[in-house]
Design a protein around this ligand. Structure first.
Ligand SMILES: [Zn+2]
Length: 327
């Protein structure tokens, strides 16, 4: 796949980036990305991915453009009011970058059509604002083995997470929260959609070009009023109805991440791994002893813990975990 002179010019700022360069730009051009929801989050995500030269973008949304959308849905202009969103979006994206193949699908994603819509894509971005749709996107992404970039906003707070089959979105949100809010009811500040939608596009670009550390298995939370972000790890739920397998909590390992050092500092095997993981969201449950941990390291951790490694974590370890929690 070669680039025309126009493309070389257009992507010049990517081509000089060490993490993207020619090979990364080729990967972007070869990529097929599905964006579910052409609203507040889908709009900036679609604009940046089209501008970045993602080869094929599929947009799924049955809504039409309303005047109240324009406060944050930057894909649309005042004259688009009443138009089918994905059709207005396709025209806008084609004008932005004619090298991108945009497929508008004016349907709502449901449990019934989710797998067919997701199949054939390298990545799914979900910017919808209701849990039933998010659950359907997640289940189909897991079934198709496609990585999901999920974003959500409300009022002044936003979050972005990446779910690569396991842990999945359902490990993070097991059931629809009874107090689920919608932006229509509680409001949302417009520029927050730009921040979170752009972060979704950025994570997509990292995943597609294999640059840096994507938010896989982590959730970034942005509190716009406080101007603060924090990132928490999402543990895989062995009982997850979507991605849970026959993994026994008896043989589960807890991986304790040291955020200060950026590495893993201990792995313990615990009968109550699931309980502990629920209490400490930065713990990750894995089904097997990690490859790097040979018998000597295992014995060393056991010695340092001062207890049988098969026992539940000692209070000493629990306090250490507590002290290392990021907040
Ligand atoms: Zn799951």
């Amino acid at each position: 796949m070669s680039f025309s002179d126009d493309e070389v010019d257009r992507y010049a700022r990517h081509l000089v980036l060490r993490e993207i360069g020619g090979p990364g730009q080729q990967r972007l051009k070869a990529a097929r990305v599905l964006i579910v929801g052409a609203g507040g989050l889908g709009a900036p995500a679609a604009l940046y991915l089209a501008a970045a030269g993602v080869g094929a973008l599929t947009l799924v949304d049955a809504d039409t453009v309303a005047l109240s959308n324009l406060q944050r849905q930057v894909l649309y202009a005042t004259g688009d009011e009443g138009r089918i969103k994905v059709e207005a979006a396709a025209a806008r994206l084609a004008a932005l970058n004619p090298h991108v193949r945009v497929t508008p699908i004016a349907e709502y994603l449901t449990e019934a059509n989710a797998r067919a819509l997701i199949a054939g894509h390298d990545l799914v971005l979900d910017g919808t604002d209701d849990f039933a749709t998010r659950f359907a996107v997640n289940a189909a992404s897991v079934a198709e083995g496609v990585t999901l970039v999920s974003g959500a906003i409300g009022r002044w707070t936003g979050q972005v997470g990446v779910f690569s089959v396991r842990p999945c979105y359902r490990c993070f949100v097991p059931d629809i929260p009874p107090d689920a809010e919608t932006c229509a009811a509680v409001g949302v500040v417009g520029a927050l959609a730009g921040v979170v939608g752009s972060m979704m596009a950025l994570e997509a670009m990292k995943l597609l070009t294999d640059a840096g550390q994507p938010l896989t298995g982590r959730l970034l939370i942005y509190d716009a009023l406080a101007a603060e972000t924090r990132t928490v790890r999402i543990g895989a739920d062995p009982e997850c109805p979507v991605c849970g397998d026959k993994m026994s909590t008896k043989t589960a390992f807890l991986v304790v991440h040291d955020y200060g050092m950026g590495g893993v500092w201990a792995v313990i095997r615990a009968e109550n791994a699931q309980d502990v993981s629920g209490k400490y969201p930065e713990l990750e449950i894995v089904s097997e002893r990690p490859g790097w941990m040979d018998d000597a390291i295992y014995a060393d951790i056991e010695r340092r813990l001062g207890c049988d490694i098969d026992d539940p974590p000692s209070p000493w370890l629990a306090s250490l975990i507590e002290a290392r929690k990021i907040d």
